[in-house]
Write a protein that binds this ligand. Structure first.
Ligand SMILES: [Mn+2]
Length: 358
């Protein structure tokens, strides 16, 4: 297992590489160029600049996240050809600088969704991201977009780039005629086009699950259960067509047995990387993000780490969203302190599992 940390780059993250390097057991980053719009080519110059900085800090960057798929590819429009060509070039450019795994998603419009980005946790005064479908009921898509952008403390949030959302109304209208099967057809077209490039360059594509793990606003969503991912890995049968198993996203639905899902796809060699975090269920389609410790939420992090250890022990993982604690302010979900605590805890579980299994 390689422990990593998400970092947005020195112009856009308030956490420094030195701080990340000081977290025990941190091997590197899951990096991102957060200023790139979906469909743009990530140039060699941009990637080199990012990597040089990371390597100078004594960290690796073998996983890159949020290489966003242009909406025209998901909708299957004729203009997808150019965007697919750009995506292939981005894969090649990233591979040249040592990238082994690319995290992306195939979710229509909304990358992830919360109704509150800083919900007070009354027990200890910290706050975390929160979702309540009942609150969403009164909000239209445009309103939730406005809320999310206004409440992100001036930081960009992955998937919520304002440029991408400017044509929201037209896009939402277009999706009305696309069924889940139709979306899968467009997905297969994309995978058939890019996976041979990945195989050539030794890159694994890791699809991130829907978050939360059910359909929203009537949009087709096809990545929120074991059955869904069985279909996805079969769309193009290759070890380069894998998933980013996000325990908090899939785990937002209590029916998803996360350790069992890890074992299933781990045995198939289809897990490119994992985001590991905990969630606390508060009712029907209502949850908040919790500290990583198992007893702080409803997921069993020991069983999760054990499933990783047993079926995909060399995989990249990172502590996912943390709470905001100790007076920290920053990008919602991506503070330093709680994620560092998460990494230390997950490393502790790992050490115990490793030694017990010998
Ligand atoms: Mn995730």
């Amino acid at each position: 297992m390689k422990m990593t940390f998400r970092w947005y780059g020195s112009n856009s993250d308030n956490i420094s590489l030195r701080q990340i390097k000081q977290i025990p057991g941190m091997s590197g980053l899951m990096g991102v160029l957060d200023y790139k719009a979906a469909g743009e080519v990530w140039t060699e110059e941009e990637i080199r600049a990012y990597m040089d900085e990371v390597h100078a800090a004594g960290l690796e960057c073998e996983v890159i996240e949020s290489v966003n798929v242009h909406e025209d590819i998901k909708m299957g429009l004729p203009s997808r050809e150019q965007y697919i060509e750009n995506y292939r070039l981005t894969i090649r450019n990233l591979a040249k600088y040592g990238v082994k795994v690319i995290v992306y998603n195939f979710m229509p419009v909304f990358d992830w969704l919360r109704t509150d980005l800083a919900r007070l946790i009354p027990e200890d005064g910290s706050n975390s991201l929160y979702f309540d479908e009942a609150e969403l009921g009164d909000m239209g898509p445009m309103e939730i977009v406005r809320n999310t952008i206004e409440n992100c403390n001036g930081f960009t949030l992955p998937g919520w780039e304002p440029e991408r959302l400017s044509e929201l109304e037209t896009t939402l209208e277009r999706y009305k005629s696309i069924t889940p099967d139709g979306l899968r057809t467009n997905y297969k077209y994309f995978l058939d086009a890019i996976i041979p490039t990945c195989e050539e360059c030794g890159v694994v594509m890791a699809c991130h699950p829907d978050d939360p793990a059910w359909p929203i606003f009537g949009l087709p969503r096809i990545a929120h259960s074991q059955e869904d991912f069985d279909k996805i890995v079969q769309l193009h049968d290759s070890p380069s067509n894998a998933l980013c198993l996000c325990t908090g996203s899939l785990g937002s639905h209590p029916d998803n047995d996360i350790p069992a899902i890890i074992r299933h796809f781990g045995q198939l060699n289809r897990i490119g990387c994992l985001h590991v975090r905990n969630v606390k269920y508060l009712g029907h389609r209502k949850f908040r993000e919790a500290a990583h410790l198992s007893s702080a939420g409803d997921l069993d992090l020991f069983e999760i780490m054990k499933a990783i250890h047993d079926t995909c022990p060399n995989v990249y993982i990172r502590p996912d969203h943390g709470r905001m604690i100790w007076g920290e302010s920053g990008r919602p979900g991506y503070g330093l302190y709680d994620r560092a605590l998460g990494a230390a805890y997950l490393n502790g579980l790992w050490e115990a599992i490793e030694k017990m299994s010998k």
